[in-house]
Each structure stands twice: as structure tokens, then as C-alpha cells.
Design a protein around this ligand. Sequence first.
Ligand SMILES: [Zn+2]
Length: 289
Amino acid sequence: MKEQDCFRRFLFEELGVRGEWVRLQDSWQEAKQHQRLSDTVQEQLGQALAAVVLLSATIKFDGSLILQAQGTGALKTLVAQSTHDRKIRGLARSDGEVTNGLLSEMMGDGRLVITVEPAKGEPYQGIVSLAGSKLADVIISYFSQSEQLETRVWLFANETHAAGLFLQELPVQESYKADWERITMLANTVTKDEMLSLDSEEVLYRLFNEEKVRLFEAEPVVFECGCSRKKIESTLLALGREELEDILQELNSIDVACEFCGKKYSFDKVDVENLLSGQTVEKPSQTHH
Ligand SMILES: [Zn+2]
């Protein structure tokens, strides 16, 4: 059976190098089915989803990890999110036609923000400039800023699959520079075709058949949107009473569809009134003199 929607870690035991491999199929289809994306934009979103899965296994957290790229180019936004147990979702927004090219051309000036939202406690962020020819380059520069460990990332996506490969040197006393060079040089020969069509064992065998690689058990990746009526309610509340009442003057209800999963949420006048009065109970308005 083919490995799909699957994440695996591996280790070069004698070399002080660790790795990760991911390939998405059904989760990739589900993640993009509620969005109309051109092939070019789709490729970027698939890469971002593969990247967030790789990151989810590299950064320690319990909650959500969000990778968000925002730029001034035709490709405006890329969002990919993974929980610690690898439930993923993502979205892309563009304005006009996005011409396939370097990431810095498609997205223009901008930045990549990596946010960890722990289940308990305060969120924290890492920010890196979008300057780079590919998303993988931006992720690599994120690691060279945040951890002082050599890291390499390869990301690929097409209509049917998204895949990623990750290598990082282990924090060891004596650095095995020659080994690291050799392993990354071998990994650099990986092709998009291989990554999108082969299982992890086949990929690792093709790249590193002369090396001793320990491959760990497969872990599943699934599409799951964490949206809820409660979260939509807080978004509506943030608009404020005036804005909500304006909308309800023209429409009988406020209908919101989740951008990630397409789920529809409807709020009629009574719902909105309840929402607003609930807010008043929680946060009594203050009069300033
Ligand atoms: Zn949703």
C-alpha cells in the first residue's frame, strides 16, 4: 500500500543528521477544495502545507503552529496551519493573475510569520523576510535565524500531491561538516517526481543507499478545520455593533463561510442581538467624563 498523508522521521545514526519526510494526498485535496486557485498558487499552498507539517515536528509545541506569508505582490497571502498531532488546513489569497516565478516576484515585499499558539499560555512568533527564490529558502533562513543548526528543506506540490523533505544537523559537540555536506548534496538530487510519487523508503533508498538510515514509524496527517461558531462570533464581535447593525439593515442575516473548509455559519437579527448583549454583560461599557 502507498504511503499517503503520512509523515516520517529518520536519522543518520552515525552522522549527527536527522531528517523528516512528508507526503500529502487526501488531506491536500480536502485542504484546497473550497478555494479556487490557479495551478501556480496551488503549488505554493501545497508547499506551505508540506512545510508546516515538517515544522510541526521540529518546533516543540502543544496546540497550533501557523505559517503565514504576507506580501505586496499578486500572491497576497499563504496560510498553513498544523496542530501538534498533525491536523492541517491552509488557504491562499491572490489579487489578479500570479505568474509563476520566484517567490519574491509572486509575493513581492513581505514576511513569513511562524506563530506557535499553545493550548495553554501566550502565543509566540518568529518573523523572517520573504526574500528568497522559493518558500523552502525562506524556511531555511528562518532556521538559521532561530536555531543555530544547519537545516535544509525541499518542498514540492502539484494538483494531486504535496511533499517535503527536511534535514537538520544534530546539536553535537564535534560537527561532522563533511558528512553534512555529503548528505545534503545527495538530498539535493531529489526530483519533484520522486517526492510526489514515491514512498519514504524508496526516496531514502534512492538518495542515501550507501548510508545507514534509521526510519521511524509513519504518523498520519489529516485535514481538519478548527473553525467553530464561537470563533466566528468573536470575529463578528470585533466588527462592532454599528457595523453589524448596518449589515442587518440590508440583509436578514449575516452569513459567513469558513475560508478553510467552506462550512457556513448564519446569524440572524436575534443571534446578533444576543451576541452583542452577551458582550455587554462581559465587558460593561464605561462612561468617560
Ligand atoms: Zn472551517
